[in-house]
Write a protein that binds this ligand. Structure first.
Ligand SMILES: [Ca+2]
Ligand SMILES: [Ca+2]
Ligand SMILES: [Ca+2]
Length: 278
């Protein structure tokens, strides 16, 4: 068995395993979901920290995937973060301009003219790539929106990635940051989260380095055989930066950045490669 079927079976198995391990139905400190989330419009705040939120380990739509692993908890075709009613499979929010992006994340209806001026980038990314880029508890800066758009449509990256494993890209505030992670790819929710990073301030090329690193994780998700081959030789591999040292997953993502940087296909702040420790 290979391909998507094998992946589904392994996810189902893992889900059963985790649930049978007696995981609590709720972890203290995680946001609690209430019936109000089902019947009243949310503002997305209940998902401000997806990893915490989904530690509920429930299976709302009963499809065999615990909510932690289910990118569409209510099974209405709208991914969790951009679904205004994430626990109601009959609705996902008003969509006045009918572009498929609910008003509460649609930049066309953002509060400021500056943000509204970026709506065409958001719509272009969604229509052509199926990815919703959204401001969460913090907004992407204008130059980050431009960089996101340009990198996601980078010709070489588009040959490497189908974007099937990436559906949501979101920016959070410091309050929502978990641990030290400054950006994060969640393979279950098919989501990249960005947190405040001093290296990114006014340095869009450093931001782009983080973006391409996370895209490297989505590349691993799309290419499990290639990733396994990398994993098997990880301990004899010399990482070009400290970001790739900690695990085969991080090494694979950093190698992805490094090769694209060497070939000149992407532009990033190359100082990330001055930090090699091994
Ligand atoms: Ca949904
Ligand atoms: Ca819904
Ligand atoms: Ca819309």
């Amino acid at each position: 068995m290979s391909g998507p079927l094998a992946k589904l079976v392994s996810i189902l198995f893992l889900g059963v395993l985790l649930q049978s391990c007696g995981k609590p139905s709720h972890v203290e400190g995680a946001p609690r979901f209430t019936a109000a989330h089902i019947t009243t419009p949310g503002d997305g705040a209940e998902f401000s920290v997806s990893r915490q939120a989904t530690r509920t380990w429930k299976d709302y739509d009963g499809d065999g995937l615990s909510d932690r692993m289910d990118p569409d908890i209510d099974d209405d075709g709208i991914y969790n973060l951009c679904d205004q009613y994430p626990f109601d499979g009959t609705k996902w929010g008003e969509d006045k301009d009918q572009d498929g992006i609910a008003d509460f994340v649609d930049l066309s209806f953002a509060k400021t003219k500056d943000l509204q001026s970026l709506a065409s980038l958001q719509e272009d990314i969604f229509k052509k790539l199926g990815i919703v880029v959204m401001n969460g508890s913090e907004s992407f800066a204008k130059d980050e929106w431009l960089e996101l758009h340009s990198t996601l449509f980078n010709e070489v990256l588009m040959k490497k990635l189908s974007y099937q494993e990436l559906k949501v890209l979101v920016r959070y505030s410091k309050t929502d940051q978990i641990g030290e992670s400054r950006s994060d790819f969640d393979s279950f929710w098919k989501q990249i989260s960005f947190y405040p990073n001093p290296n990114h301030l006014g340095n869009v090329l450093a931001f782009n380095g983080s973006l391409v690193h996370e895209l490297g994780h989505s590349h691993a998700a799309e290419n499990p055989i290639e990733f396994e081959a990398f994993r098997s030789q990880f301990f004899s591999w010399s990482s070009p930066s400290r970001y790739g040292l900690s695990s085969p997953e991080e090494g694979y993502a950093e190698n992805f950045v490094y090769l694209l940087y060497l070939s000149g296909d992407i532009k990033i702040d190359s100082r990330r490669f001055d930090l090699v420790l091994n």
